[in-house]
Structure formats: structure tokens, C-alpha cells
Design a protein around this ligand. Structure first.
Ligand SMILES: [Fe+2]
Length: 245
């Protein structure tokens, strides 16, 4: 069994191995020369499917957490998700709804959107894990490390939302969902790693946590790949290099 700090480092390394922003979808989304508003709207509505469930994940992780110190820390995370009070903003689902509206999507259209298969798989994997009391570490690894870790990625020096703002002419207040998470999730990932280091008492649990981080990152990548292919962008790419279809 790994020593706690080595285990934390191993989990962090697994997260860092997977740059989901490396998905070719982001080349199209963040292309200043050729903004693609329809693609951004669609990607946002897929992202919104995830946002709708995030509180449910944290609620379950909090509720089942057997370690009092970590339960208190999780309560702060939950309180912020629900109220936005710590960041002096709003409930995080509402912050995401503000972003969706800023893109010109109506509330009806937003609520009618359905997850693609890969998006649904990412939702279900985490939902099943956090509800299963025999796999608390897997739910925590998938949500607190792999999912919270997604907002920390940058493109070069810049956070993804800063580039989005420039390419699509969005205001800072429209992007609060992203800027709040970019700040908070640094702490949330650290808290997640600390929780898992205390929760995992066997080598098997440690290995399963690392596997869960790896798997969740792959599911995020697949979600972006699903959108990319839904828009036929993979075919465009093939045509552009003149390869037979
Ligand atoms: Fe959040």
C-alpha cells in the first residue's frame, strides 16, 4: 500500500495525464478566426446535462462520508454549490443557466436538450458510484478529483473561459460559472485527494481510486468526442487532408 503522500501524487499524476482540452473539438470552439456559435451552444447544452447532476453527486458524497473532518469540508463545498455564498455569486446551476442565456438559448430549449450517449455514460458512471456505499472511494475519485479537476485545465497560459469570452464576445458576468470554478476547484481537488488518502485503507482501494480517475477523464474526453462526431467534424478533418473517407 502506498504512503498517503505518494498516493495523492499518483492520483494527481493520473489526472494530469489526461488533458481533455486536447480533444480536437476545442480547436473548433476556441478558433478566433472562425467562431462556431452553433457548436458552442450544443456543447454548452451537453455540459448543462452534467451541471444538473453535480449537486446530487456532492450531496451523496457528503451524506455517506464516514470521516467527520472531511464531512465538514464537504459541507462547505455543498453549501457553495447550493448558495454561491462563499464566492458571493449564486447557486451553481443558476450560474450555468446564466451562461446558457447569454448564448441566446431560451429556457425551454435548454430544458428540452437531451444528453448524447457519451454524455449520459459520464453522468451514469458517477451517479451509480456515489450512490453505492460499497464504493465510496470510487465516487469520490470520479467526482472530487477527476471532475473537479476538469476546470483547472488551461490552453497555454489562458483558462478556457477567457478564450471563450474573447472569441464569442461574452462579458465577465456571463462567464462566472467558469471563473468561480477555476478558483474553487483548485481547493476542491486538494480536498478530494486528502479525503481519498484517509478513506482508502487498502492497496486495492487505492488502485481502484486511481482507475476511477483515469476512467472518468476518459469519459469526459469521450463526451467531447461525441459532440465532435455529432457535428461531423471528424469527417471534415479527413476530407481536409485528402484521405479517402
Ligand atoms: Fe460548482
Amino acid at each position: 500500500m502506498m504512503e498517503k503522500n505518494d498516493f495523492k501524487q499518483a492520483m494527481r499524476a493520473t489526472l494530469d495525464e489526461h488533458l481533455t482540452l486536447a480533444n480536437p473539438l476545442f480547436k473548433h470552439l476556441l478558433n478566433e478566426q472562425q467562431p462556431n456559435t452553433e457548436l458552442l451552444k450544443f456543447t454548452t447544452l451537453q455540459g448543462y446535462q452534467l451541471t444538473k447532476y453535480f449537486l446530487t453527486y456532492i450531496e451523496h458524497i457528503f451524506f455517506y462520508c464516514p470521516l467527520p473532518r472531511h464531512k465538514t469540508i464537504l459541507l462547505h463545498n455543498l453549501y457553495e454549490e447550493e448558495t454561491g455564498a462563499l464566492s458571493r455569486t449564486k447557486n451553481h446551476v443558476v450560474l450555468m443557466q446564466d451562461f446558457v442565456r447569454a448564448l441566446g438559448i431560451s429556457d425551454d430549449e435548454r430544458e428540452a436538450a437531451k444528453p448524447l450517449a457519451a454524455t449520459q455514460e459520464l453522468i451514469d458512471y458517477r451517479l451509480n458510484a456515489v450512490k453505492d456505499t460499497t464504493r465510496l472511494h470510487i465516487g469520490a475519485a470520479a467526482v472530487l478529483v477527476a471532475s473537479e479537476g476538469q476546470n483547472l485545465e488551461t490552453v497555454g497560459e489562458e483558462a478556457r473561459h477567457n478564450i471563450l469570452g474573447k472569441v464569442y464576445d461574452l462579458k465577465e458576468e456571463d462567464l462566472l460559472f467558469f471563473s468561480v470554478h477555476q478558483k474553487e476547484d483548485v481547493g476542491h481537488v486538494k480536498q478530494g485527494l486528502a479525503y481519498l488518502a484517509d478513506l482508502c485503507t487498502t492497496e486495492e482501494m487505492q488502485q481502484e481510486s486511481i482507475t476511477a480517475i483515469d476512467h472518468t477523464c476518459r469519459l469526459f474526453y469521450n463526451m467531447y468526442q461525441g459532440i465532435y462526431e455529432h457535428f461531423g467534424l471528424h469527417q471534415l478533418e479527413t476530407e481536409a487532408v485528402g484521405e479517402p473517407a
